[in-house]
Design a protein around this ligand. Structure first.
Ligand code: C5P
Length: 398
């Protein structure tokens, strides 16, 4: 049930922190990937070594590593997570969450998180019962934070009452219930293929022809489709990117490999996004030994590769097919040509003339072109561009 879920376990300075060790173990056992963020005080209650060992990753406490200046990005942590689970959550942390105080990594991550958030309060009975804490919990609940109620019983202070953090097994059950209550998403049941990255065309066993594509845009689209519930196959050329969560990656090398994989997977797909930078030409012959240099110039004969988008477009039926166009000149006329020639529903145009658009970077500036005209979008993160493209796909779906 928690298989593959990304969970940030936030631990704050409460005596119940010792239970976070068991909780972490259970989360990992359920198949979740866990990253632990501790508040500075939490380290007094349970050691980073214990939590690092159980979560299988170094724990995070500070905004940056003072030894080498490496930044612990709360924004990427917030994006990575499917759930931020704060257990134990002290009265202090709950109050800061309510008011937006951001004086440690856990709180900045909370403010950046787009994921579900759950808290398991732990404190003495009077602190728990105090009107301030109760109001803070109510406010957090109204904002969508799941409150995992503490139990009643003997507290560390010797007092008996409500305030004891829920037991790890109970927290796991509630975490599962929160995921189970997720609404079906807009693309649940749909199957998409996405091509991404650069292809590699060998010249000999050592050299090859390729291009500057990093695959970032295609990977962001695959991730966005999966986030909306689609089953995604990412047919990927060479990249250094990790496989997005919930996506099945099919690795390919040459344009021909990509063509074969795409044609095969297209039979079972409801749509496709052709984001790869596919080589248009490949060496006519691949030398089986390294080509020796001589004093003469060398000519390599190239032949045309097959156009994947065009082939899928010819067998499209009622399905959705999206192409990309990266141009240096005559952008719009070229993009419109592709729309017709490849039988695409729309073309995403990015011009190398726009600053911040195109290869490598984390931003892109696109114009969407379809048979009704053009929609120009401002410079955005590739993640936001992916959301715009998937919104458009949802509009096109017949
Ligand atoms: O014709 P051009 O290469 O400019 O078109 C770009 C679009 O076509 C992109 O969506 C790209 O992924 C796709 N394409 C393809 N197979 C090729 C060449 C391009 O799918 N061999």
């Amino acid at each position: 049930m928690l298989n593959g879920k990304h969970i940030i376990l936030g631990i704050t300075g409460s005596i119940a922190a010792y239970k976070a060790a068991m909780l972490c173990r259970l989360l990992v056992k359920e198949g979740a990937e866990v990253r632990v963020i501790m508040t500075p005080l939490a380290k007094q209650f349970i050691t980073p070594l214990t939590m690092a060992t159980l979560s299988k990753h170094p724990i995070l406490v500070e905004f940056f590593n003072p030894e080498n200046g490496e930044w612990n990005s709360h924004v990427s942590l917030g994006e990575w997570a499917d759930m931020l689970l704060i257990a134990p959550a002290t009265a202090n942390t709950l109050a800061k969450m309510t008011t937006g105080i951001a004086d440690n990594l856990l709180l900045t991550t909370y403010l950046s998180a787009r994921s579900k958030v759950a808290v398991a309060p732990a404190m003495d009975l009077d602190m728990y019962a105090h009107i301030t804490t109760q109001q803070n919990l109510k406010t957090l609940a109204q904002r969508g934070v799941a409150i995992i109620e503490p139990g009643a019983g003997e507290l560390a202070s010797g007092l008996v009452g409500k305030g004891r953090m829920a037991e790890p097994e109970e927290i796991i059950e509630q975490v599962k219930a929160i995921f189970a209550a997720e609404k079906p998403q807009s693309l649940t049941g749909k199957r998409y293929i996405v091509t991404a990255g650069a292809t590699i065309e060998p010249i000999d066993p050592v050299r090859y022809i390729t291009n500057h594509s990093t695959g970032k845009m295609g990977y962001a689209i695959a991730e966005e489709l999966a986030r909306r519930g689609a089953e995604v196959k990412l047919i990927s050329g060479r990249t250094n990117l990790p496989v997005p969560q919930g996506v099945k990656r099919i690795d390919v090398v040459t344009a021909e490999d990509m063509y074969n994989a795409s044609v095969r997977e297209w039979t079972e797909a409801d749509g496709g996004v052709m984001c790869a930078a596919v080589a248009d030409y490949t060496p006519m012959y691949v030398a089986d030994r390294k080509l020796k240099k001589s004093d003469d110039d060398l000519k390599i004969e190239l032949r045309r590769t097959k156009d994947i988008a065009k082939e899928l477009g010819e067998n499209k039926g009622q399905r959705t097919l999206v192409g990309f166009a990266l141009e240096t000149d005559n952008e719009e006329a070229n993009a419109e040509g592709k729309l017709q020639r490849k039988n695409l529903d729309f073309v995403v145009l990015n011009s190398l003339r726009d600053k911040g658009a195109g290869f490598a970077g984390d931003t892109n500036k696109i114009t969407i072109i379809d048979s009704n005209g053009r929609e120009e979008h401002p410079l955005m993160s590739k993640r936001d561009v992916a959301a715009v493209i998937v919104d458009k796909i949802e509009k096109v779906i017949r």
